[in-house]
Design a protein around this ligand. Structure first.
Ligand code: DAK
Length: 258
């Protein structure tokens, strides 16, 4: 039995981490299933992915504490490298990924949400990096992506104090993009995903690349990257059709990903 369910709704892939009795905590089996599910995404027909947690209480309550209890230094290094590799794979998916954060997003859960492009949360969502209180550091990219998302000072304060961040504050500090009542979360995420999927897939993917790669470069290299990604869109069927339709003052047809 897999700890990750995958469902395809039109152009949107929905990935649900399903280990509800442990609040979807990540152990090696869950990480393996997550990686297999990510690897199996059909990039040709998937224009946006949503990641969420099973149940009403938790997105992911962190890495599995019981599994980490007696880790040796070598095992700790391997576990951290494993999680980082899977989360980086999610971050590098060609299409946008939305985290539908439906409750606890602690430790590895917060880190998983940070490897997604966009975070949408329910009102009961709770973010935090409790690792220092457990005698460890965040090991799945939290020290890097939280600082890049909310700024260095805020990230350090959240990580050093291990305090939890409620959805309302998460919205205020830019950790999430929007917050909705729990029963509306999935509907709103599907709406957002549908809106993304309604745009030219090749162009959206080049936009993701431009932002994600460009942010890691100096401004000269980053602006030199833009013409390359722009030119990759030129001459595609979708670009020609959309621009011709504009010039002829009519609506273009659906995008075909060519
Ligand atoms: N790990 C394992 N089991 C967990 C879990 C977790 N992170 N969170 C919850 N559970 C389990 C509970 O043990 C409980 O199991 P049973 O007793 O029923 O068997 C079940 O889920 C329900 O949890 P509670 O009974 O505690 O539910 P409550 O509503 O009372 O409390 C809670 C919910 C989320 C506040 C509480 O469960 C809690 O504080 N959980 C731990 C949250 C946490 O500290 N998360 C961060 C984990 S540390 C690294 C690699 C990775 C990482 C760091 C380093 N390297 C190797 C370098 C990442 C670390 C983390 O994520």
């Amino acid at each position: 039995m897999s700890f990750v369910r995958y469902e395809q709704k039109d152009f949107v892939g929905i990935l649900t981490i399903d280990r509800e009795k442990a609040l979807n905590a990540l152990n090696t089996e869950v990480l393996a299933d997550l990686e297999a599910a990510v690897d199996a995404i059909d990039a040709a027909k998937t224009r946006c992915v949503i990641i969420t947690g099973a149940g009403k209480k938790s997105f992911v309550a962190g890495a599995d504490i019981a599994a980490m209890c007696n880790m040796t230094k070598e095992e700790g290094r391997a576990f951290s490298a494993r999680g980082n590799a899977v989360f980086r794979k999610i971050e590098k998916l060609p299409m946008p990924v939305i985290a539908a954060v439906n409750g606890y997003a602690l430790g590895g859960g917060c880190e998983l949400s940070l490897s997604c492009d966009i975070r949408i949360a329910s009102e009961n969502a709770l973010f935090g990096q409790p690792e220092a209180g457990l005698g460890i550091t965040p090991g799945f990219g939290g020290t890097q992506r939280l600082a890049r998302t909310v700024g260095v000072g805020r990230a350090k304060e959240i990580i050093y104090t291990c305090r939890n961040v409620k959805a309302e504050e998460a919205l205020r500090i830019g950790l999430i993009n929007a917050v909705y009542p729990a029963d509306q979360l999935m509907g709103e995420c599907l709406k957002l995903a549908g809106r993304i999927a309604g745009n030219a897939p090749i162009a959206v993917r080049q936009c993701k690349k431009a932002i994600s790669l460009g942010l890691q470069m100096d401004i000269d290299s980053a602006t030199a990257l833009e013409p390359e990604l722009f030119s990759a869109c030129c001459g595609t069927e979708d670009q020609r059709n959309a621009m011709t339709a504009f010039c002829e003052k009519r609506k273009h047809g659906p995008f075909v990903n060519r």
